[in-house]
Ligand binder design. Structure first.
Ligand SMILES: O=C(O)C(=O)Cc1ccccc1
Length: 180
């Protein structure tokens, strides 16, 4: 059985938390929180690393509620500073961006930054890195993503703006959860 399951693909904030706090632990990356919870319930993974709350934007979906109602045990909690960046497929300036893909938490944590760009439509993805993949697959010129600098650079996108999080102390708490 694999030791740990978490939200992927490679270079999500979950993956960055894993690298920082649980390096050298065998792991498998899943496409959605639903898939992580399912694998934990079916005992395909021993533990899961799941984001539960952000210090300014509050709860991460219903993850904490799901952990509690499933009777899973929280073994440890880790806090990761979250710095968000704006990336695009082609060199562009922010004024030309019409559509932005990202995970709902990343969209929430940059709301103030985008207030003056009221023409932008936001589209939810299952993770910041899935958002990058959608953008790349569609080869969309006037679209952007909100993701980490690491994920934007690893996927060869243009970095348009760094540290766009509304709160400079932005951080997320990740729970290490065991199927109990
Ligand atoms: O989409 C990701 O990269 C995640 O790991 C989920 C997430 C998104 C934004 C802040 C914290 C976690």
């Amino acid at each position: 059985m694999t030791e740990l399951g978490l939200l992927g693909p490679e270079n999500t904030y979950h993956d960055m938390a894993r690298q920082k706090f649980l390096p050298n632990v065998s792991h498998v990356l899943f496409h959605s929180f639903d898939d992580v919870f399912k694998a934990l319930k079916e005992k395909r993974i021993k533990k899961a690393l799941i984001a539960i709350k952000n210090n300014t934007s509050g709860l991460v979906g219903d993850n904490l509620e799901r952990i509690k109602t499933s009777g899973h045990r929280i073994l440890e909690q880790f806090e990761l500073p979250i710095h968000l960046c704006l990336g695009s497929f082609k060199a562009a300036n922010i004024e030309s961006i019409k559509k932005i893909y990202s995970h709902p938490m990343a969209i929430k944590e940059t709301k103030k930054f985008f207030v003056k760009y009221s023409h932008i439509t936001f589209i939810s993805s299952t993770s910041t890195v899935s958002a990058i993949h959608e953008l790349k697959n569609n080869r969309e010129k006037n679209s952007g993503v909100i993701a980490s600098k690491e994920a934007i650079e690893a996927n060869d996108l243009m970095l348009l703006s760094e540290n766009i999080e509304d709160n400079s102390t932005n951080s997320t708490t990740f729970a290490l959860v065991e199927n109990a």
